[in-house]
Ligand binder design. Structure first.
Ligand SMILES: C[S@@+](CC[C@H](N)C(=O)[O-])C[C@H]1O[C@@H](n2cnc3c(N)ncnc32)[C@H](O)[C@@H]1O
Length: 232
């Protein structure tokens, strides 16, 4: 497929030694874009639906590749409005990202070798991160590790590789007048992303039984798997 771009180049976002101010700006623009694409709503709609309100009262959640932890902040604040206590642990390789959000709980580590025991968190999530890996072996290892440390629910999401999303991202980022590197990263993100059968194969390689993988609003691939109850 024309859009497929795996193994060609990494995103500018991932280059080491970028100026700190530029990294800060990158995370700020990403958080803005996530708000436009209603990223938080994916979690606030689906997590309570799967876990039920009782279970949602107290949750430990690990967010892999959390960036500056904006999603975790939004989820914690949203849960609080319902009287729920969602304790988020943000994990990322980028230590600059952590400095942007000093009040949040951060762990500096690779998602490929998580510094946690098996079944350490009620819920493990990752958002828009799998496409950052250069090799599919790494993606399978990321899935395997995420599955190992969840006690109950694994919920991963990333972009779906399709022309419609490519066009929407192009239009939105151009209209928003973001810097050229951010626009080309956005487009590259779509090209480096996924189709459903690819994630099905990766979930099977990672040994995640009964993983449910589907297309969400023409723009995202979602993976959901449960340890404590049957998937969905
Ligand atoms: C596009 S950002 C996604 C941030 C956030 N999850 C979101 O949805 O906006 C990808 C993040 O993954 C992080 N990352 C890339 N490879 C990683 C790895 N091996 N382990 C942990 N984090 C990683 C990057 O530092 C970056 O912050």
């Amino acid at each position: 497929m024309f859009l497929k771009h795996r193994a060609l180049q990494a995103e500018y976002f991932d280059l080491p030694d970028r100026p700190v101010a530029e990294q800060v700006d990158g995370y700020r623009m990403l958080a803005q874009t996530n708000r436009i694409f209603l990223l938080r709503r994916t979690f606030t709609t689906l997590l309570p639906q799967w876990l039920g309100p009782e279970r949602c009262r107290e949750l430990s959640i690990l967010d892999l590749g959390a960036g500056d932890g904006s999603l975790g902040n939004e989820l914690t604040a949203w849960a609080k409005t319902r009287g729920w206590n969602w304790r988020i642990t943000n994990l990322d390789l980028n230590t600059q990202a952590m400095r942007l959000n000093p009040a949040a709980r951060f762990v500096a580590s690779s998602a490929l070798a998580l510094p946690f025991r098996d079944a350490s968190f009620d819920v493990v999530i990752a958002s828009q991160m799998a496409h950052h890996f250069m090799h599919e072996d790494e993606v399978a290892q990321h899935f395997r590790e995420a599955w190992r440390v969840t006690k109950d629910l694994l919920f991963l999401n990333d972009l779906h590789r399709n022309y419609f999303l490519y066009a929407v991202v192009w239009l939105l980022l151009r209209l928003s007048r973001y810097p050229e590197h951010f626009v080309s990263d956005g487009l590259l993100s779509v090209r480096r992303s996924w189709r459903i059968p690819e994630w099905q194969a990766l979930a099977a390689r990672a040994g995640i039984p009964q993983a449910r993988i589907w297309l969400y609003f023409c723009s995202r691939v979602l993976l959901q798997a449960r340890k404590q109850t049957k998937s969905i």
